[in-house]
Design a protein around this ligand. Structure first.
Ligand SMILES: [Zn+2]
Length: 245
């Protein structure tokens, strides 16, 4: 570690439940090591197919904000935030404004490592996931540039941006075009807690029932691709998002 301050991990997602399905292993492994973890979710998931007891979209959004908070607690996330974007509409959002929201938070939290989706939109090819990848990619770069958003705090150059990627596809769904991975995380030790975090998403439990067997076979690993770093280097395979930091 280069100084006395703790290492920090920022995870940027689109919907409540992405944080556990997509990134739960990375968040828990980091928290276990004393790394401070932060989670930002762009929408409150009002457009979900599974709606629990909610009658109105706003009600579902309120429930899912609570579920996100409960899941983040299981995952050991230090600070979590749901932004006010509309579920299913991120491709129509103002790009510069969305990136600026993230620039402001990257400069405030000052993470070493940022994790988010790849442009493929993850295993279900959701356009919101792709857009979060594009917003975060821009914000990672722009947070480090003094000419960008000079009123949004002192610049911060994070050490690494990683995209989540996958070694397998959802059965019966159109296949994404995933990035090759440069990091394989062994998440077997925390995989039961990953399911516990997902169970905090009460409104989404039908998904859990449907895919539990599938995920149990594959929950022992998460894959990431190193997408950006201040240090020019050839791609190399590692087993730690924080190797060498
Ligand atoms: Zn999602």
């Amino acid at each position: 570690m280069s100084d006395q301050s703790p290492l920090k991990l920022l995870c940027v997602t689109a919907h409540p439940d992405d944080e556990c399905f997509g990134f739960g292993g990375a968040l828990m492994l980091a928290a276990e090591r004393g790394i401070e973890t932060y989670a930002i979710c762009f929408t409150d998931g009002q457009a979900a197919t599974n709606r629990g007891t909610a009658v109105t979209p706003a009600e579902l959004g309120r429930l899912r904000r609570e579920e996100f908070a409960a899941s983040c607690k299981v995952l050991g996330v230090k600070r979590h935030e749901v932004l006010d974007y509309q579920d299913g509409q991120l491709e129509f959002a103002d790009f510069s404004k969305a990136a600026a929201l993230l620039v402001e938070r990257i400069r405030a939290y000052r993470p070493n490592v940022v994790i988010t989706f790849g442009g493929d939109g993850a295993m279900n090819t959701h356009a919101d996931h792709s857009m979060v990848s594009f917003f975060t990619t821009a914000a990672f770069q722009w947070a480090a540039q003094a000419k960008r958003f000079p009123t949004l705090g002192p610049i911060h150059s994070a050490d690494r941006l990683y995209y989540a990627t996958s070694s397998f596809f959802f059965p019966g769904r159109p296949a994404p075009l995933p990035a090759p991975w440069t990091v394989t995380l062994d998440t077997s030790r925390v995989q039961q807690r990953k399911f516990e975090a997902f169970r905090a998403h009460t409104t989404q439990l039908p998904l859990m029932v449907r895919f539990q067997g599938f995920f149990e076979q594959r929950a022992s690993q998460e894959h990431y691709m190193l997408a950006a770093t201040p240090n020019p280097q050839p791609a190399a395979h590692t087993t730690d998002l924080f190797a060498g930091l």
